[in-house]
Design a protein around this ligand. Structure first.
Ligand code: NDP
Length: 265
């Protein structure tokens, strides 16, 4: 809310961004109310990113592939769902001078954040994508993502589990980007890393974490110790907001001002 309200103020827009807590059972009636109030648009966070789908009129192609929505635009009464998490993540890599086109990438996780990153990475030109998940809740989703990517983009995607240690080590050896999109390492459990063995990391690997609390996860600290360049998830948060603002208004967010005010390390 601070990021958007400051943007509205800086650009002199007569808009206000508010937060509402909602219960699962009330999501449908909340969306009906938002329609009746003719709101400009809204964001959703977990666990509503998938639950919102039946209440929307249309999806952008990326949101359809991801199967989740974090941004909704009201276009003359029609609610259009979009997903800016992946766009924000890929945009954040530019700040770290980490290329995306033609690279081999290893992505840890297959939940909400990982889905949007996987699809966007494939759409933006990653050549080979290894999706790693435990054989748990998101395993089927990992397989679904790889299938969609292989059928609808030029990226080659495969899926492996954390138990396939030799294969995981080989994937990391060939990759130039490792992205942690699991919640492992997030506060308060900051003494955990999703990677069992940090010796699999090599200096040619840019190691990135979507987690921004703490700023330096155990994975990032271990990666720095192994000579890797690293980046945390703070700018993904900034740039997913920038992309949402642009989707709603067609205008550019004054990113530098917003970064200085709210996103200093
Ligand atoms: P989800 O719950 O959708 O996904 C979590 C992922 O982590 C799943 O793949 C899950 O596997 C995996 N996971 C959880 N615990 C373990 C474990 N102990 N070992 C191995 N894998 C595990 O969450 P989100 O995708 O929404 O969020 C993930 C992280 O991304 C959070 O830390 C969140 O704060 C961050 N995030 C950052 C954003 C940003 O702007 N920087 C935006 C969105 C999220 P399984 O489901 O199979 O258990």
């Amino acid at each position: 809310p601070m990021m958007y309200n400051e943007t509205f103020r800086l650009l002199g827009l007569d808009l206000v961004y508010l937060c509402f807590d909602t219960k699962e059972a009330d999501l449908g009636s909340l969306v009906r109310s938002l329609r009746e109030m003719n709101v400009f648009g809204f964001n959703l966070t977990m666990p509503d990113k998938e639950r919102i789908l039946p209440y929307l009129d249309d999806l952008t192609p990326a949101a359809r592939m991801i199967g989740a929505v974090n941004t909704v635009k009201n276009e003359n009464g029609r609610l259009i769902g979009h997903n800016t998490d992946g766009v924000g993540y890929i945009r954040s890599l530019r700040d770290f001078s980490c290329p995306v086109k033609g690279i081999e990438m290893t992505l840890l996780g297959a939940g909400g954040a990982a889905s949007s990153i996987a699809i966007q990475a494939a759409l933006d030109g990653v050549s080979v994508l290894h999706i790693v998940n435990r054989k748990g809740r998101s395993w089927e989703n990992a397989l679904r993502l790889a299938d969609i990517i292989n059928k609808q983009t030029s990226c080659k995607a495969d899926v492996l589990s954390f138990d396939q240690k030799d294969l995981l080590r080989e994937c990391l050896a060939k990759s130039s980007l490792l992205t942690n999109a699991t919640s492992v390492g997030m506060a308060p459990d900051t003494n955990h890393s999703p990677l069992e063995d940090s010796s699999w990391l090599h200096p040619g690997l840019f190691v990135s974490d979507v987690i921004y609390n703490p700023r330096q996860t155990l994975l990032l600290r271990e990666a720095s110790g192994r000579g890797c360049s690293t980046g945390n998830g703070m700018y993904m948060l900034l740039y997913q907001g920038e992309a949402a603002f642009h989707f709603w208004t067609g205008l550019n967010m004054p990113v530098e001002e917003i970064r200085k005010k709210f996103f200093t390390e």
